[in-house]
Design a protein. Structure first.
Length: 59
C-alpha cells in the first residue's frame, strides 16, 4: 500500500522547496515580521512575493 500523509486537504499544496541565502539584517526583519504577525517565515515570504508581483503588475 502507498503511504500517504495525513493532514488538512488544501487547494494549494506547497510542493516546491526553495533555499536561499540572507544576511543577518534580513533574517532579523523576517523573524520580527514572523513574530509580530504570528505567521511562519514561509508565509511571510509568500506574502512578500505576492506584494512585489502585485506592485509590478500595477505599474
Amino acid at each position: 500500500m502507498e503511504n500517504k500523509k495525513i493532514g488538512r486537504p488544501t487547494d494549494a499544496p506547497k510542493n516546491k522547496t526553495i533555499k536561499f541565502r540572507i544576511d543577518d539584517e534580513t533574517d532579523k526583519k523576517l523573524e520580527y515580521c514572523s513574530k509580530k504577525l504570528n505567521e511562519s517565515k514561509s508565509e511571510i515570504l509568500r506574502k512578500g512575493v505576492c506584494k512585489v508581483y502585485d506592485d509590478l503588475n500595477n505599474k
